[in-house]
Design a protein. Sequence first.
Length: 182
Amino acid sequence: MLKLYGGKRSRANIVRWYLEELNLPYEFVLLDMQSGAHLQADFLQINPMGKVPAIVDGDFVLWESGAILLYLAEKTGNFPQSVAERATLSQWVLFANSTLSNGLFLEANRERETPRLLAGLERVLTGRDYLMGEQFSVADVAVGAVLGFAVQMVKIDLSPYAHVSSYVQKLRERPAFQQAMV
């Protein structure tokens, strides 16, 4: 059975959300981050960087939430067939983990980047339900989780962005989101 390592309030919840969406069995190994469990030798064998999330799937070990999401999508047949669609899906996952996260969570960037990033997402989401079109995908997990964290943790106001706001609300109503993220 796949093992997912994470802390209570960590990016492991993003992976948990996707595992719940996929209805994949997994064991969640809760690390006590306050006591430094992620810095102990046994976990450093899994992720030498001492960060969560990480997974162990049989003999395969992987860390970094975006890489794990893409792995799970491919493993379960939820990765597009065409090279262009795969690249676009990967683009959104990488965007969530880097550009969007840094723009919304780094205080030095937030005032400048938030309006630009949310306006861009507003344009993308106009006329479509999800980032890749009409079908929910791992891209929505990656981007939706970051947006959800930003609203909850740094009180990002989505009200000027009707499509983004509606998108986040739609994602929050998904049973798998409720199971893993709330």
